[in-house]
Design a protein around this ligand. Structure first.
Ligand code: NAP
Length: 282
């Protein structure tokens, strides 16, 4: 990769940032397309977020991704926020439009595209979402957008209720349950799709499973947003029970691909991006 005076800069703001796969997938796409861009990881501490966003303007950075812990707070520093991102209260992509910074969320799109790439259309499905945090919101709104009926199960029940009320106020069919065996048993038995958006099972606590494994039944579609490790305990249990299961790597790739297209106007090669991520994870 040749970095010149003409090279346009993209990047990601996060804390921590050293383990982010985003530089790997975006630079792989840049190399494959032979375009004059570079994607740089920026370690931005919470107290430096405002200055970092101002730096996008000053340094004429074309756009950035925003990751943990800045996805919510970055909104206050932007000039404009797209409607979906404002509704879910989270921005993961900033586009510099001639000095005006606009925020978007590509997580929901990334989730939906990755599901469709793997299993085809899921419009009108019955979905059980485990978790009610930032990624659960993006997933829930994406599923509601294609007419799915949704149940949200969360350890902190009040957060599940809050998210369900928000979705309901926008016309979706949605329920909330606690993340407990009895409630889960009924919800899993009537679901087509189970999505884990909790961090349970993520490295280093890789033996943990977010629901009792014996509730999983053959034919269920199981989507674990976690990609490190690539085969979580939930995915292993699901496959053993005859369910179909995938991890969150494709979501990462598709949300990144949409950000890339917003910045450059070019559709990036998602296969190249995915291969780069798989290689990086070993
Ligand atoms: P978040 O906003 O902090 O939400 C975390 C969720 O996990 C909450 O619902 C929390 O429940 C639940 N949780 C945490 N520890 C738990 C435990 N021990 N038992 C039960 N529930 C627990 O985090 P997030 O941004 O949504 O991210 C969640 C996961 O998604 C992470 O693993 C992240 O890596 C992954 N992710 C993947 C992608 C992708 O592109 N594949 C994108 C975004 C996120 P409470 O409300 O009770 O605390």
């Amino acid at each position: 990769m040749n970095v010149l005076g003409s090279t346009k800069v993209l990047g990601v703001f996060g804390h921590p940032i050293s383990h982010s796969l985003s530089p790997i997938i975006h630079n792989a796409a840049i190399e494959a397309l032979h375009i004059d861009y570079i994607y740089v990881p920026f370690h931005v501490l919470p107290e430096g977020l405002g200055d970092a966003v101002q730096g996008i303007r000053a340094l004429q950075i074309v756009g950035v991704n925003v990751t943990i812990p800045h996805k919510e707070r970055v909104i206050e520093y932007l000039d404009e926020v797209d409607e979906t991102a404002r509704t879910i209260g989270s921005v993961n992509t900033v586009v510099n439009i001639k000095g005006r910074l606009k925020g978007f969320s590509t997580d929901g799109h990334g989730f939906l595209r990755s599901v469709e790439a793997e299993w085809g259309k899921i419009d009108g499905c019955r979905a059980l979402i485990l978790g009610a945090g930032g990624s659960a919101k993006a997933v829930a709104f994406a599923l509601a957008g294609v007419g799915c009926e949704i149940v949200i199960a969360n350890r902190t029940y009040s957060r599940a209720q809050e998210l369900a009320e928000l979705l309901e106020s926008m016309g979706s069919k949605v329920g909330a349950i606690p993340l407990e065996r009895e409630a889960l048993a009924g919800a899993v038995s009537s679901a087509d799709l189970l999505v884990n958006t909790t961090s349970v099972g993520m490295h280093p606590d890789t033996d943990a499973v977010p629901i009792p494994a014996d509730l999983i039944r053959p034919g269920l579609l199981v989507y674990d947003l976690i990609y490190n490790p690539p085969r979580t305990k939930l995915i292993q249990e699901a496959v053993a029970k005859g369910a179909k299961a995938i991890n969150g790597l494709k979501m990462l790739v598709y949300q990144g691909a949409l950000s890339f297209e917003m910045w450059t106007g070019i559709k990036p090669p998602v296969d190249v991006m995915e291969r780069a991520a798989v290689c990086a994870l070993g």
